[in-house]
Design a protein around this ligand. Structure first.
Ligand code: ATP
Ligand code: MG
Length: 261
């Protein structure tokens, strides 16, 4: 099976005279899978997503998306293939929720004189409804709470209708109910549309509930790859994060219970 995202010996540093921030990155992320990227603060998770998105200029090693080298894609091609839910996002102008979501349809505008079409309206309405954002539709996006705004960012990515969706901590400001909802929507989207989702997240138990595969990063290196069941082991959490814990099983899923320190 051809990997959707293939990385071989990828290395990266923000400053050429500094130590590598990411090194020996070898990955094979398959279509139709929901992959979680986990690891301590500052270990390079967001940087890894930004490299795949071609937001960062140069890297060493080989990256292929759908079997074509990343360097051979232009941004317009990538915007139809990859969508992104950022960890932080600042709007530079006051836009309504609806306007923010429509931004996800910009790659599909046929030429600069034609506006959005019926298909764009239908997609935006469908996703706004799915993410329970109808009541905010005409609100200024600046006025939303952190969690409400995160749902708007996910909506913008979903209307983009791409084969690959990259998400950087999309549940960090959400209450448990909405966090579960976002994980459910992402995982249903992956299975129904046979797309690829790569999500950075810190909530280990949410990752185990919804992700098919996990990648543990530490200091810019991949330490472990596998399913949640394979990787949820106290010695692994001790090694990656430095905390002691117990692993329990509930409804067939592993859960991590941290020791009090
Ligand atoms: N533009 C930049 N220039 C220099 N250093 C940077 C830049 N962006 C990030 N870094 C540094 O690179 C390291 C990795 O950052 P990154 O944002 O990838 O971490 P992360 O794993 O996503 O962390 P978190 O869990 O806190 O979001 C950090 O030490 C960060 O300070
Ligand atoms: Mg980050």
């Amino acid at each position: 099976m051809i990997a959707d995202i293939f990385m071989e010996n990828v290395e990266f540093s923000y400053n050429s005279n500094e130590e590598k921030l990411l090194s020996d990155i070898n990955l094979n992320i398959k279509k139709g899978k929901f992959t979680g990227i986990l690891g301590p603060n500052g270990c390079g998770k967001s940087t890894l997503l930004k490299i795949i998105l071609k937001y960062l200029p140069s890297h060493e090693g080989i990256i292929k998306i759908e079997n074509k080298k990343l360097k051979d894609y232009n941004q317009s091609e990538l915007s139809k293939l990859l969508s992104f839910v950022p960890q932080k996002s600042s709007l530079s102008m006051p836009l309504t929720v609806e306007e923010v979501v429509y931004m996800g349809r910009v790659p599909y505008i046929k030429n600069k004189w034609s506006g959005f079409e019926k298909e764009d309206d239908e997609k935006v309405t469908e996703v706004i409804k799915k993410l329970d954002l109808e009541k905010f539709r005409k609100r200024n996006a600046f006025s939303l709470s952190g969690g409400e705004f995160q749902r708007v960012l996910l909506a913008r990515a979903l209307v983009q209708n791409t084969k690959i969706i990259l998400l950087d901590e999309p549940t960090s400001a959400l209450d448990m109910n909405y966090a579960l909802e976002i994980m459910k929507i992402t995982s249903q989207f992956v299975k129904k549309e046979n797309i690829t989702a790569v999500m950075v997240l810190h909530d280990l138990n949410l990752a185990a509930l919804y992700c098919d595969n996990l990648i543990f990063l530490k200091k810019g290196k991949i330490m472990y790859k596998g399913t949640p069941k394979e990787l949820f082991r106290p010695e692994i959490f001790q090694e990656i994060y430095g905390f002691g814990c117990k692993i329990i099983e509930h409804n067939g899923y592993p859960y991590v219970i941290p020791d009090k320190i």
